[in-house]
Design a protein around this ligand. Structure first.
Ligand SMILES: Nc1ncnc2c1ncn2[C@@H]1O[C@H](COP(=O)(O)OS(=O)(=O)O)[C@@H](OP(=O)(O)O)[C@H]1O
Ligand SMILES: Nc1ncnc2c1ncn2[C@@H]1O[C@H](COP(=O)(O)OP(=O)(O)O)[C@@H](O)[C@H]1O
Length: 200
């Protein structure tokens, strides 16, 4: 970063937090395509919004249609996709907003980079642990069928890796736990951490 001198702002994250009345956090959902990330993320956001939390959602397909429309699904492109999203999340944290992020984020090294950018203290990881068999059975978007037919290369779980996160804060098994119970489990975990000055 030669010759780049960051500007100091008068209004800080703490000032914004005082107005909003809660701590900003990033709630990051990881899981296979069709595991239930978007469904759970939407419901968690709805619940937190009702509780007066200032939220904003970032979701794989939506971001890939805009900010990251030049990226595909090679490992290098996924890394860049997730790096940019983490940087955007960091800006939202600075603005005092709670981010709900839903991305496959399949590799341990990428998840470590995300946490490093966002800051461990601002990051809550939700692992949506649904088996590949169940995701393929659901095949919400017909992508597994296409991948099996060889029409999509580098499809996560079929011909590209998904490394399960073992260090995430909440694990949801959507084959055993219903939607309402899962949303409650996630919101109950988040809620105490929203208090201003919370170190939990
Ligand atoms: N090759 C391949 N592998 C996985 N997913 C694919 C692929 N091609 C397209 N899609 C669609 O892209 C969505 C995943 O994008 P992400 O940005 O979350 O992926 S990643 O975190 O960078 O791995 C994913 O959305 P979800 O089903 O919501 O996970 C798919 O709809
Ligand atoms: N307990 C559950 N939690 C989340 N999704 C579930 C559950 N049971 C069934 N589903 C279904 O699984 C599908 C998951 O799709 P989606 O949320 O788009 O996944 P992803 O964003 O991970 O690709 C939806 O059709 C949803 O209704």
């Amino acid at each position: 970063m030669n010759n780049i001198i960051p500007q100091e702002y008068n209004v800080t994250q703490n000032c914004r937090g005082t107005i909003k009345g809660h701590r900003p956090l990033v709630i990051w959902f990881s899981g296979l395509s069709g595991s239930g990330k978007s469904t759970l993320a939407n419901l968690v956001e709805k619940d937190l919004h009702k509780k007066g939390i200032h939220t904003y959602s970032l979701d794989g397909d939506n971001i890939r249609g805009g900010l990251n429309s030049n990226l595909g699904f090679s490992e290098a492109d996924r890394t860049e996709n997730l790096r940019r999203i983490a940087e955007v999340s960091k800006l939202f944290i600075d603005s005092g907003t709670l981010i709900i992020a839903a991305f496959i984020s399949p590799l341990k090294t990428d998840r470590e980079l995300i946490k490093k950018i966002i800051g461990k203290e601002n990051f809550i990881g939700i692992f949506v642990n649904t088996s590949i068999e169940e995701c393929e059975r659901r095949d919400v978007k017909g992508l597994y069928k296409k991948a099996r037919a060889g029409e999509i290369k580098d499809f996560t779980g079929i011909n590209a890796p998904y490394e399960k996160p073992f260090d995430f804060d909440v694990v949801i098994n959507t084959e055993e736990t219903g939607l309402e119970e899962s949303v409650n489990k996630i919101v109950n975990y988040i809620q105490p951490k929203l208090r201003l000055n919370s170190n939990e």
